[in-house]
Design a protein around this ligand. Structure first.
Ligand code: MUC
Ligand code: MG
Length: 373
């Protein structure tokens, strides 16, 4: 039987409005930009994927525009004409010819998995070895920048049973004001919620040593990426001294980063992100490193829309243990959809479809409407 070939690859930049501004240490998002990947195959099947980042180049090394350009000029042409069903060979070809570019590779790997799942009638989770759960607990990020508004938002989420884990984005402001903001929210929510912070690398070690102690002493459950990804010594010391566990996020830009963080004892929790590792298969390698090193896991997001969110979710439902849950709420931050059936959030969880592939269909009209030409 002749192989099914990859016939064409398209990367489409889509700008979508958000429900409110989303304030991170390095950038305030006023909208979100997705890169949607379409992989068309010779058997008529199309796979869809997503390569999305935050704040142009503010967060990572790839921007929506560079992702599209690198797929159009380099990565796409390497895949056209290759066997669509051999995802190992396709990704090896990309890794051999192109360094880094994990966001772009993640969207391509997701699209190949989606196509293969549709082809053989299996959900992506089953292509990845099989799921051990059908839904994932989902945290919400409070990032309006205003304490009273954040408390109101958290209360609403608890009332409608959508979220009971809250991550606060801090680090943009003065540290004592940030600590006051976090403690006020924890006091308002009490034992009804898990409250965590993400500093997005904004502190230096001298600030972080004191701040982590205060946060831990005030009931904050987890501290994400308090200092620069470059300061490995500082991360090791903080991991030993902080009363609240330290999670690595920006420190992991590849599976190799995950290995060296684990070897150095620089974090006790890893944020798993398909975009940072190069796809749903690649992120599971990071998860396996963590598992054997005794590092706990959390299902992270780059605030992707429905496609990137479900590509992540299909990988995360295969994990033995996800001690810290996930933050796969990206689609809920957007006011518009480009898929026919949005992901289902119910009772603090995201439900992961059992239909073939990722379980999503593009809404062509809406995609065309929100695409940059
Ligand atoms: C990050 O740094 O974790 C994830 C959730 C959120 O609000 O921001 C992102 C990025
Ligand atoms: Mg983070």
């Amino acid at each position: 039987m002749s192989p099914i070939l990859i016939e064409s690859i398209q990367a489409i930049v889509v700008d979508l409005p958000t429900i409110r501004p989303h304030k991170l240490a390095m950038h305030t998002m006023q909208q979100q930009t997705l890169v949607i990947i379409r992989v068309r195959c010779s058997d008529g099947i199309e796979g869809i994927g997503e390569s999305t980042t935050i704040g142009g180049l503010a967060y990572g090394n790839e921007s929506p525009e560079s992702i599209k350009q690198n797929i159009d000029s380099h990565l796409g042409p390497l895949l056209v004409g290759q066997d669509a069903a051999n995802i190992n060979a396709a990704m090896l070809r990309l890794d051999t010819a192109a360094k880094g570019n994990t966001f772009a590779k993640s969207g391509l790997e997701s699209a190949l998995l989606d196509a293969q799942g549709k082809r053989i009638g299996l959900p992506v989770s089953e292509l990845l070895g099989g799921r051990v759960r059908d839904s994932l607990e989902v945290a919400w990020t409070l990032a309006s920048g205003d304490t009273a508004r954040d408390i109101e938002e958290a209360e609403r989420m608890l009332d409608i049973r959508r979220h009971r884990i809250f991550k606060l984005k801090i680090g943009a402001g003065e540290v004592n004001a940030d600590l006051k903001h976090v403690i006020a929210i924890k006091q308002a929510l009490g034992e009804r919620a898990s409250v965590r912070v993400d500093v997005n690398q904004a502190w230096d070690e001298s600030v972080a040593l004191r701040a982590c102690r205060i946060l831990g002493d005030n009931g904050i459950d987890l501290i994400e990426q308090p200092i620069s990804r470059i300061n490995r010594g500082g991360q090791i010391r903080l991991n030993q001294r902080s009363p609240a566990p330290i999670m690595a996020d920006e420190s992991i830009e590849s599976v190799e980063d995950a290995f060296s963080l684990a070897a150095d004892g620089a974090a006790s929790i890893f944020a798993l992100k398909i975009a940072k590792n190069g796809g749903p298969r690649a992120v599971l390698r990071t998860a396996q490193i963590a598992e054997v090193a005794g590092i706990a896991l959390y299902g992270g997001t780059m605030l992707e829309g429905a496609i990137g969110t479900l590509a992540s979710a299909h990988a995360f439902v295969t994990l033995n243990k996800l001690t810290w849950g996930t933050e796969l709420f990206g689609p809920l931050l957007l006011t518009e959809e480009i898929v026919a059936e949005p992901p289902v959030y119910r009772d603090f969880h995201l439900e992961v479809p059992r239909t073939p592939g990722l379980g999503l269909t593009l809404d062509e009209e809406r995609l065309a409407f929100f695409s940059r030409t």
